[in-house]
Design a protein around this ligand. Structure first.
Ligand code: TNX
Length: 510
């Protein structure tokens, strides 16, 4: 017979034994439905359970990511997580040895989810992955039960490219700060880290420039069909960048020059070669406008604009446009772009420009965004410039999905969900190899787009596939595997209230 003491001791040892054996989790390789697909995923025959006894703890510096997970869980389950627990902990830890700022590791046992990263950015991406491992009803906070189980995964992950972008044209139609914030929130769930804002074009100037106030006073009022004008004050633009940074997204501002400048030319007569202000433009033609190259005031204008913009830009890049300057002679174009390269450099920023700028005197510090002419992209790499891949016949999100799509254009053809995903990034342009590629960016031009719902339908789900191409390892993309994951992901998009294009070519899960 055991007395009380020996029984307690026996139970204690038994308890220790089971706790320890539970820790000896055996992991085997698995594939996850997560998009973008992580670099490596293993699973164990065990589960981690989240309930109100689960504690969430974080090293200093990881609070932003940890809090975002905490509020996601608490809102969906209607619980308050504990501050301390020995049995069930989600722990965010800094691992200084990680070399990639965006990398993370997730190690799950029945007692713990350990999130390791070098800083808040990796932790934020771990949270985005974790979200996709939780039930879809977490997305609209309707899960409602007080407990949830997740299989014990072990995931290590890092991106293929450091530039994973989306471009929004806020010139053809203006989008408010609130509308852009909504876009940022949606993008960040797929580990997109750059938002390129096309801030000026023929139809509208969208950023306050204090030394040239008419740019917004006059040039900010118009838009395509005069449907939706407006502009951001510098203070608003700074706030927007702060919001984006919380989502680990850098905003890259574009001032398109020397063409696509009618809004500026209508705002200031002196920017025109004939000193006559143009009319505001509300149509959708391209290639008819040009700054007056060689006129001293033109360079003063560009210097002032870039100077003010550099001052309020958190990141290191300024996009100078440079596309479709059909009303500028080749000689003037090269001279103009060369001057702008100098001006940006003098303001301690680096240049991104559309592929035409390869014809100017660019170098290994310049980033060239390929959209149309393959020879421009190859010319760029021959000058040691890096390339952002935005092939219009694949990932221009303003192209219609097919002939039935209501919104959008089709000059580059139709871009189906499959077209946007199923291409080989480093084998698309001869002379542009993996080593030359800075990243991928999918643009949304907005000649035909003026509401958030319309953004959604053109962007989703095509951008999710682009995000995977930009994040997941080279050689890992596979359309049929991706399609299976996307089919399941459709309901998550619905729970997120994203009005995505529900292509009839894909058999979505109910
Ligand atoms: C070309 S692509 C443009 C834009 C238009 C777009 C419409 C590029 C650099 N320029 O000005 O909005 O086509 O698809």
């Amino acid at each position: 017979m055991m007395n009380m003491k020996t029984t307690t001791l026996f139970l204690f040892i038994l308890g220790l034994f089971t706790a320890c054996s539970k820790q000896q989790v055996q992991y085997t390789p698995t594939s996850l439905d997560v998009i973008p697909q992580p670099v490596e995923a293993l699973v164990a025959d065990a589960e981690f359970s989240i309930c109100s006894n689960t504690a969430l703890i974080a090293d200093a510096g990881l609070e932003n990511a940890a809090h975002s997970l905490q509020s996601y869980i608490e809102a969906a389950m209607d619980i308050e997580m504990a501050a301390k627990s020995r049995k069930s902990v989600i722990s965010f830890k800094i691992d200084e040895t990680m070399t990639n700022d965006e990398a993370y590791r997730l190690t799950m046992t029945p007692k713990m989810i350990l999130v390791e990263s070098k800083n808040d950015c990796g932790a934020f991406y771990a949270v985005q992955t974790l979200r996709q491992l939780l039930p879809v009803s977490f997305e609209n906070k309707t899960y409602g039960k007080a407990e949830v189980q997740i299989p014990c995964y072990k995931i290590s992950d890092h991106p293929r490219y450091s530039y994973r972008g989306f471009m929004l044209d806020v010139s053809r139609h203006f989008f408010s700060i609130g509308e852009v914030e909504e876009v940022i929130t949606k993008l960040s769930a797929y580990k997109i880290n750059k938002l390129h804002l096309h801030l000026s074009d023929d139809q509208g100037w969208r950023i306050e420039i204090k030394t040239w106030p008419n740019l917004t006073k006059i040039g900010g009022t118009s838009s395509v069909k005069n449907e939706k004008g407006g502009f951001y004050t510098q203070a608003e633009y700074i706030q927007l960048q702060k919001f984006a940074l919380k989502h680990h997204i850098e905003i890259i501002p574009e001032i398109d020059m020397p063409g696509h400048t009618n809004a500026a030319l209508a705002s200031y007569a002196e920017l025109n070669c004939d000193d006559k202000a143009t009319e505001l433009y509300t149509g959708t033609k391209v290639g008819f406008s040009s700054l007056c190259v060689g006129k001293p005031i033109t360079n003063q204008f560009v210097g002032d604009v870039i100077g003010e913009l550099a001052e309020i830009t958190f990141g290191k890049y300024i996009h100078i446009g440079g596309d479709e300057s059909h009303s500028t002679s080749d000689k003037d174009y090269v001279k103009f772009i060369d001057d702008v390269l100098e001006i940006v450099k003098a303001n301690d920023k680096e240049v991104i420009g559309w592929d035409e700028i390869a014809n100017a005197h660019i170098n290994n510090e310049t980033v060239v965004q390929f959209w149309g002419k393959k020879e421009n992209a190859a010319l760029a790499t021959s000058k040691n410039a890096k390339v952002i891949m935005s092939p219009s016949d694949r990932i221009y999100l303003d192209m219609k999905y097919n002939e039935e799509t209501e919104l959008g254009l089709n000059w580059a053809g139709y871009n189906s969900i499959e077209d946007a995903y199923d291409w080989t990034v480093d084998d698309y342009v001869e002379g542009v190899d993996e080593k030359d590629i800075f990243g991928i960016e999918a643009p949304l031009w907005t000649e035909t787009i003026s509401t958030s719902e319309q953004i959604d339908v053109m962007v989703f789900p095509r951008l999710i596939g682009v995000a995977e191409l930009a994040w997941s390892p080279k050689g890992s993309s596979d359309w049929s595997n991706y399609q299976k994951r996307l089919v399941k992901h459709g309901s998550r998009l619905e729970y997120k209230d994203i009005h995505f294009h529900k292509s009839s070519f894909i058999s979505w899960e109910e």
